[in-house]
Design a protein around this ligand. Structure first.
Ligand SMILES: NC(=O)C1=CN([C@@H]2O[C@H](COP(=O)(O)OP(=O)(O)OC[C@H]3O[C@@H](n4cnc5c(N)ncnc54)[C@H](O)[C@@H]3O)[C@@H](O)[C@H]2O)C=CC1
Ligand SMILES: O=C(O)[C@@H]1CCC=N1
Length: 267
């Protein structure tokens, strides 16, 4: 088990998911995890498990080896002003999961010498099934290995060129919501053709999980797997073609593009 101390500043949706994933998968001693947010009322279950909780960001980072920044983009300036003077850049490492905030921005907010990681996980980190993309600067091999293993503890990891981080945000982080909306539509349709909500949810979710696993395990292209399902003159191709007539793939691609354009426009 790792002995390094990890602090998460901003324990909302994604900070909570990372904390849950790390603690659940015993990445480090729970007592080496410090969680900081302004209102700590939602953090008591972590405290009961042995984590430290605080609303004092400076105190939160005082003993940390790795500091995960998980606040909203507009909150990072205020946090940086508060904690930057207290970071020991010779030994403390910063990991930002904040959308649209670049390593160069972080250097400006903290220090040119700061060891910086920019990572994009998703909320499935809570159950060890995140997809996390990572870029970095000034990191040693040891720091790189540590951060990789931290995110591997909560799912899959891929190192990317930072230029692709906004695209990774759309595909890998927003993608959780897009996939869930697809599943929800299946549930709605499933109810209309006869199932109760619980059964429709189980069938829809397990079917999507199975389809994704086919790609991950077989390393096939989706269309190869689709070919195995589409019986000639059968009901699958009839449904698929109707979905495409209604703009199914096109609407998803446009949605991804709109999501991407929103990040690029705002940041
Ligand atoms: N929600 C998601 O699925 C993902 C979000 N992100 C990024 O992570 C960041 C956080 O997103 P969410 O967790 O969804 O937002 P959130 O609003 O749920 O969490 C932010 C947390 O920061 C805390 N906070 C705000 N100001 C603070 C301060 N001065 N000191 C300490 N804590 C403070 C808030 O109380 C809140 O708990 C955003 O930049 C987002 O783009 C990245 C990947 C996935
Ligand atoms: O919607 C958002 O802005 C954030 C970025 C990734 C997931 N949620």
């Amino acid at each position: 088990m790792n002995t390094q101390k990890i602090t998460i500043i901003g324990v909302g949706n994604i900070g909570t998911a990372i904390a849950e994933g790390l603690i659940r998968n015993q990445f480090c001693k729970v007592s080496n995890v410090t969680l900081a947010k302004r209102n700590t009322a939602t953090l008591h279950r972590f405290e009961e498990q042995g984590a430290k909780i605080t609303s004092d960001n400076v105190k939160a980072i005082s003993e940390a080896d790795y500091i995960i920044l998980a606040v909203k983009p507009f909150q990072i300036r205020e946090i940086a002003e508060e904690i930057a003077p207290h970071v020991d850049y010779t030994k403390q490492v910063l990991i930002s999961v904040i959308t649209g905030v670049w390593l160069e921005d972080l250097k400006t907010l903290f220090s040119d010498e700061a060891v910086l990681f920019r990572a994009m996980p998703n909320t499935a980190a809570a159950i060890g099934e995140s997809m996390t993309t990572v870029a970095h600067c000034n990191a040693t091999q040891e720091e790189l290995s540590f951060v990789t293993s931290l995110f591997e503890t909560v799912g899959e990891v891929v190192m990317i060129n930072e230029q692709l981080m906004d695209a990774a945000t759309v595909l890998g982080a927003c993608g959780t919501a897009f996939a869930l909306r697809y599943i929800r539509a299946n549930i709605q349709g499933g109810i209309e053709i006869g199932f109760d909500a619980n059964t429709a949810t189980l069938i829809a979710a397990q079917t999507v999980k199975g389809a994704a696993s086919l790609l991950l395990e077989n390393k096939t292209h989706p269309e190869q797997e689709i070919d195995k399902v589409t019986t000639p003159k059968g009901c699958t191709i009839a449904g698929l073609n109707e979905m495409e007539h209604q703009g199914f793939s096109s609407s998803l691609i446009r949605g991804l593009k709109a999501s991407y354009d929103k990040i690029v426009k705002d940041m």
